[in-house]
Write a protein that binds this ligand. Structure first.
Ligand code: PLP
Length: 396
């Protein structure tokens, strides 16, 4: 059999609408193209500490930040192994694929996994969280893990409400929050919300290449760290504190820090509040479009609770029998638009539009128009006029 010739890639700019990694601003791309420097050199230390201070401002913390060369999974792992001991119970609040994966990781480290189950389209009920904590009178649960923005379902879980549930029940567990797809795009307040470990990554709201992740760590968590017995080496915070940069046991990915310096500069030049408002505005336009499309038995918003809508990603559920991946293939192969796919059990049923990071109205409108075009040419039932609805939302 002869090889099938590869179809030519469509011309024009590759349009990238995945919820992570995300688009990298040109100035950040250029900044990462920095010549190699000695990471012990004082000129790099200045860049480095500026980045750490900037990250603390985005996390809204004055406490500790430890960084790792690795994607978000590395920071997930670091938050578990630095704080917990074999047999400890961790309570994971279910929200979708990412909460499940974090829970599975905890199990593989020999932790006892407890979950507050949830309908993925609605998220956990806070009453169920309170009940699970109140029932744990022996305080076997040492940590509560919440994914602030569940990237697979486009649904948020209110971290402040989880803090309130811990306080209301007088439960001493540590509060771990995954902010990988919320930092720099949704309101997150580590210190005000009493978060003990805030897990973040470079390639989503921070608009950087993949490969840098970090954990914001509270003083309470540092005390728990001193007692923790899970095996660790590269991620050991107390060993990092002995290093000149108070992080990184190995080589520091210097080029990513030149990029981070620039992305933090962009965020602060725009102003964090305005960055968040822009995400909320663009998200509203995406949801308006999807709600319009949902007529005529078209695709619909996966998240059913408006109070939990994510302003950084929208998951769209295909009509019964529809194939999300076939639609994504048309968008990519004919129109050069990349969309996120469904994760875990949502594979083929859901596609995801990322609206976080370096994004403006023309990019969102271009994406929505192209999704509508792809639906039209592939015969996916929908009510036309999604772009019109988005225009109305943006002009309002
Ligand atoms: C992307 C993501 C992760 C995983 O991060 P990687 O960088 O892919 O390892 C974890 N949690 C959430 C909420 C994410 O969006």
């Amino acid at each position: 059999m002869g090889a099938t010739p590869k179809p030519a890639r469509p011309r024009g700019r590759h349009f990238f609408a995945n919820p992570g990694p995300t688009n990298i601003p040109d100035s950040v791309l250029l900044a990462t193209a920095h010549h190699t420097v000695d990471f012990n050199d004082p000129s790099f230390a200045e860049v480095y500490w500026g980045c750490v201070e900037g990250l603390k401002r985005v996390l809204r913390t004055t406490q500790h930040v430890f960084l790792y060369t690795g994607s978000g999974h590395a920071a997930w792992e670091a938050s578990l192994v630095n704080l917990l001991s074999p047999g400890d119970a961790i309570l994971i609040l279910e929200s979708g694929h990412f909460s499940q994966s974090w829970g599975r990781m905890a199990q593989e480290f020999g932790l006892e996994l407890r979950t507050v189950p949830a309908d993925w389209r609605r998220g956990v009920e806070m009453e169920a969280v309170r009940a699970a904590l109140a029932a744990d009178t022996a305080h076997a649960i040492k940590a509560v893990g919440v994914v602030h923005n569940e990237t697979s379902t486009g649904l948020t879980t209110p971290v402040a409400a989880v803090r309130a549930a811990l306080d209301a029940t007088g439960h001493p567990a540590l509060l771990l929050a995954d902010t990988i797809s919320s930092l720099g795009s949704l309101d997150f307040r580590m210190d005000e919300w009493g978060v003990d470990a805030a897990v973040g990554g470079s390639q989503k709201g921070l608009m950087l290449p993949t490969g840098l992740s970090f954990t914001g760590v509270s003083e309470k968590a540092m005390r728990a760290h001193a007692e923790s017995r899970l095996p660790k080496h590269y991620f050991r915070w107390s060993a990092m504190l002995q290093r000149p940069l108070k992080s990184f046991l190995g080589t520091v990915p210097t080029s990513l820090f030149y990029g981070l310096q620039e992305s933090l500069r962009l965020i602060e030049e725009e102003g964090l509040d305005k960055v968040l408002a822009r995400h909320s505005r663009l998200a509203g336009a995406v949801r308006a479009a999807v709600q319009r499309w949902s007529g005529n038995d078209g695709p619909q918003l996966f998240c059913l609770d408006p109070s939990r809508y994510s302003d950084s990603v929208t998951a769209v559920l295909m009509p019964e029998g529809g194939d999300a991946d076939a639609l994504r293939r048309v968008a990519l192969q004919r129109f050069n638009l990349s969309l996120g796919g469904g994760l875990g059990p949502l594979g083929g049923r859901v596609f995801r539009i990322g609206h976080l990071g370096d994004l403006n109205e023309p990019m969102i409108l271009g994406t929505l128009a192209t999704v509508e075009l792809a639906m039209r040419v592939s015969g996916v039932p929908h009510r036309a006029g999604g772009v019109e609805a988005a225009l109305d939302a943006l002009a309002a």
